[in-house]
Write a protein of this length. Structure first.
Length: 143
């Protein structure tokens, strides 16, 4: 069965400011202990800088995704695998993900449809709402 064309977004930092994190001396959204472990000092990681591991993620994105900035990771993909069932290619059980829906193709208001913890691998999340959705996005909402 061919599924209707949809637009998918993976929002890496959409909710980072709303999440309470441990001490963060430089205010970049990355906790001191993570920066110390991966960059050598509590202010050593520049959030928007490339990590040097060859993937497309910067330090803040690596932290949000719970990746190791010294190891190249595959790009995260979001796919519709069945009507109202969306799959993220890489997740971790230390993060909670939200599935948002939009009634238009890209513009308009986003509504959170459901959320749940990741699974240390492929993560499927079902839209059980009655909202007519044309596009989805997945956000990391809890670290």
């Amino acid at each position: 069965m061919k599924l209707p064309t949809r637009i998918y977004f993976f929002a890496l930092s959409a909710m980072i400011a709303a999440v309470a994190i441990a001490a963060d001396d430089d205010g970049d959204g990355i906790p001191n202990d993570w920066e110390l472990e991966h960059c050598g000092t509590v202010t050593g990681c520049i959030a928007t800088a490339a990590t040097g591991d060859g993937d497309s993620y910067n330090y803040l994105q690596e932290y949000i995704l719970d990746y190791d900035p010294a190891v190249a990771e595959s790009d995260v993909t979001v796919d519709q695998i069945a009507p109202r069932l969306v799959e993220i290619s890489s997740s971790t059980n230390t993060r909670t993900y939200a599935l948002d829906g939009n009634e238009t193709l890209g513009d308009g208001e986003w509504a959170e449809l459901t959320s749940g913890p990741g699974s240390n691998g492929v993560f499927s999340i079902e839209d059980a709402s009655t909202v007519p959705v044309q596009s989805y996005r997945i956000r990391v909402i809890a670290l």
